[in-house]
Design a binder for this molecule. Structure first.
Ligand code: PEP
Ligand code: MN
Length: 277
C-alpha cells in the first residue's frame, strides 16, 4: 500500500454477502448478538433485527475473550441453532473463525468469515481464508496501524480471494472513558486509499449502549459502506458484551434515524429482499 499518495478514490471492489452488495451504492446493516447463546435468544434477536431492517446477521460461535474463564461461545453446539434460524428467517450469518480448522467446520453455515481484532495478524489464518470462495470481514487490530490492517488484507487477496471487507472497530488510545476510540479517520482513509469496502463496528468501538447509535450515524456520514452492530433482547442477561448491546427497541430507533441520515447523503439502505438459501 502506498500511504498518502493516492489523490482519488479507487473503484471499490463490491463484495456480495448473502445477496447484498457491500461497497456499492447501498448501505448494509449487519446486526445480531455478540454470542449465540441459545436457540431462543438467537431467534428472538434475529427476528427482531430483521423486522427493523437488518440485512445480515452476526453472532459469535467461538469467542475470543480476554479472560480464559469468560464464556467462550457455544462452539459446535451452536451449529444447529444457526442452521435453523438462518433458514427460518432466510438470512445469512457472518461469524468469526479463530482457527484454520474452523473454516471447514462452518463453511456451510456462514456466508462471510469474520477475522477478529485479536486475529488480524494471524497470517496463517489469513492465508487460508485467501484460498476460500467466501468473503472475509477483516477487523482492525486493537492497536494496528492502518498500514498493518491493509497489509493484513493483502494476505487474503494475494491468495485469490478478493472478497475482503475492512472493519474499523475502534482502537486503543490513552482514553479510558469509552472501551476503545472509533477511528473515523481510518474509515475515510481506507475508503480513499484502498479498493475494499469499509464498514464500522460502533459497538466494540465505544462499548457503551447509549452511545452506539450516534457512532453508527457518524459512520454513515463519513462514508462507511455499512455497520455491524450488537443487539440482545435483554442485554443484562448477555453472556458477552452486554454493556454495548442495543435492545431490539434501541435498534429499531437507530434504524429509523439512520435511514434519514442515509437519505440526506444519497446512500439508501439496501432493500430487504429475500434470497434463496
Ligand atoms: C466481536 O465481534 O464480537 C468481537 C469479538 O470483535 P473484535 O474482534 O472486534 O473485538
Ligand atoms: Mn462482542
Amino acid at each position: 500500500m502506498e500511504i498518502q499518495t493516492m489523490q482519488t478514490s479507487p473503484s471499490t471492489q463490491i463484495v456480495n454477502v448473502g445477496g447484498f452488495d457491500i461497497g456499492g451504492p447501498e448501505f448494509t446493516v449487519i446486526a445480531g448478538p455478540c454470542s449465540i447463546e441459545s436457540h431462543a435468544q438467537f431467534l428472538e434477536t434475529a427476528s427482531g433485527v430483521k423486522a427493523s431492517g437488518a440485512h445480515l446477521l452476526r453472532g459469535g460461535i467461538w469467542k475470543m475473550r480476554t479472560s480464559s474463564t469468560a464464556f467462550q461461545g457455544l462452539g459446535t453446539s451452536s451449529f444447529d441453532i444457526v442452521k435453523s434460524v438462518c433458514k427460518q428467517l432466510n438470512m445469512s450469518l457472518i461469524s468469526e473463525v479463530t482457527d484454520i480448522r474452523q473454516i471447514e467446520e462452518v463453511y456451510d453455515l456462514v456466508e462471510c468469515f469474520q477475522v477478529g481484532s485479536r486475529s488480524m495478524q494471524n497470517y496463517e489464518l489469513l492465508k487460508e481464508l485467501g484460498r476460500q470462495k467466501k468473503p472475509v470481514l477483516l477487523k482492525r487490530g486493537l492497536a494496528a496501524y492502518i498500514e498493518e490492517w491493509v497489509k493484513a488484507s493483502e494476505y487474503v487477496t494475494k491468495g485469490g480471494n478478493n472478497n475482503v471487507i475492512l472493519c474499523e472497530r475502534g482502537i486503543r488510545t490513552f482514553e479510558t472513558a469509552t472501551r476503545n476510540t472509533l477511528d473515523l479517520n481510518a474509515v475515510a482513509f481506507a475508503k480513499k486509499n484502498t479498493n475494499l469496502p469499509v464498514i464500522v463496528d460502533p459497538s466494540h468501538a465505544v462499548g457503551i449502549r447509549a452511545l452506539v447509535p450516534d457512532l453508527a450515524y457518524a459512520a454513515a456520514a463519513v462514508g462507511a459502506d455499512g455497520i455491524i452492530v450488537e443487539v440482545h433482547p435483554r442485554p443484562s442477561e448477555a453472556l458477552s458484551d452486554g454493556m454495548q448491546a442495543l435492545t431490539l427497541q434501541d435498534f429499531e430507533m437507530m434504524m429509523r434515524k439512520l435511514e434519514k441520515i442515509l437519505v440526506a447523503i444519497d446512500r439508501p439502505l439496501h432493500k430487504v429482499t429475500a434470497h434463496a438459501h
